[in-house]
Design a protein around this ligand. Structure first.
Ligand code: ADP
Length: 365
């Protein structure tokens, strides 16, 4: 395994009065694949740029293995990089492009030939060695960029939206290729993306950024099943939110009155709420069922179906919740089930209690 660990301690960066990255700590283990995910402007690129060395932090320390690289220039860091714009040299062939980092490092012609051949083999482009970049498809060009970044066997590979310019199908196959390559080489990867599906598919852990801060870091499962706050809950996958109020507590259960005045019980572990606190009940579309309206019952939300949408693998019902005109709730029909509800139907939404959670309405971050 060639990967080494990356440690960021108290790293902060501002541009004038804009704080791009608030002081943050991040430890990435050797051979790990970590994605940095977040909306535009959340500080992802700034964070990556500091690891790459194109910007220095105002404060804090960055190390790779046991080397402090905080103020080392980029080409002395020994880090591989791939960006969205392939940045291949147009006047050099594929083989010459891949050889470039080795020439810069003054390797012998024999070593260069062997290593370039091996790198092209890894990305399955041996047959294209003599072509020029403009004679390749976008996906092939990006594979050349990956080969060039890996040819000097760096312990760390940084990737900034590397598949952003490719169409969806190609992007998905490249995701698997890059992931397989990363695993077989054991290189540590930091991967910036704003595409949460891509981050969940590829990563060992995902770091979610918001406003220059690390909102949460965890495995894809942890982020999906145990989001720390409503921002992460909303950003990862689809989450329904219904406003409510804490009206009491019995033993270890919080009692919440939501929208249509029905009562929900929630384990107090999930919400450290106080009496009268305004909250948002939260559940995912696949963690709830719809039934025809009978009588109001606890643990159910009354509503009216406004649409039934076919999304390819299943139907999604869109339901206007009685007493809540903020935003409609989505409930996923079980895959393969008949469409049983249509617009105008009066229904009850039954969130699965095990997967129902709540967040304080106003969060301080
Ligand atoms: P992201 O990659 O998540 O879109 P960035 O790291 O590019 O976010 O930007 C974070 C914040 O820092 C934004 O508010 C952005 O406008 C600001 N910023 C980034 N680079 C510069 C720069 N070179 N000069 C001034 N402000 C910048």
């Amino acid at each position: 395994m060639i990967g080494e660990e990356i440690t960021l301690k108290g790293v902060r960066k501002s541009y004038g009065s804009t704080v791009a990255v608030e002081p943050l700590n991040l430890e990435i283990t050797a051979g790990e694949f970590v994605s940095i995910l977040g909306p535009s402007g959340s500080g992802k690129t700034t964070l990556l740029t500091m690891i790459a060395g194109f910007e220095y932090p105002d404060e804090g320390r960055i190390s790779v293995g046991n080397r402090d690289i905080t103020r080392v220039v980029p080409n002395k860091r020994g880090i591989g990089m791939v960006f969205q714009k392939y940045a291949l040299f147009p006047h050099l062939t594929v083989a010459e492009n891949v050889a470039f980092p080795l020439r810069m490092r003054r390797q012998s012609p024999h070593d260069i030939r062997t290593r370039v051949a091996a790198a092209l083999d890894i990305v399955q482009l041996s047959a294209f060695a003599a072509r020029y970049p403009h004679e390749l498809s976008g996906g092939q060009q990006q594979r050349v960029a990956v080969a060039r970044a890996l040819v000097f066997r760096p312990p760390v590979l940084l990737m900034d939206e590397p598949l952003g310019a490719l169409d969806k199908k190609l992007r998905e196959s490249m995701q698997f290729e890059i992931k397989a390559l990363q695993k077989s080489l054991g290189v540590t990867v930091v991967y910036v993306t704003h595409d949460q599906e891509e981050a969940l598919t590829m990563s060992d852990r995902v770091a979610v950024m918001a406003g220059g801060k690390l909102a949460q870091i965890g495995s894809p499962h942890e982020l999906y099943d145990e989001p720390r706050d409503s921002f992460v809950a909303d950003f990862i996958g689809k989450m329904n939110f219904v406003p409510g109020r804490v009206i009491g507590r019995e033993a270890d259960e919080m009692i919440i009155r939501a929208a249509s005045s029905e009562l929900f019980r929630l384990n107090a572990r999930k919400l450290a709420g106080k009496q009268d606190q305004l909250v948002q009940l939260a559940f995912r579309p696949e963690r709830a069922r719809l039934v025809r309206k009978s009588q109001a019952r606890p643990g159910a939300l009354g509503g009216t179906v406004s649409a039934s949408v076919f999304v390819g693998s299943h139907h999604m019902y869109v339901v206007d919740v009685s007493g809540d005109d903020t935003r409609p709730v989505h409930v996923q029909a079980e895959p393969g089930s008949d469409v049983r509800f249509s617009a105008g139907d009066e229904v009850e939404i039954l969130p699965d209690p095990a997967h129902l959670t709540a967040f304080p309405l106003v969060e301080v971050r």
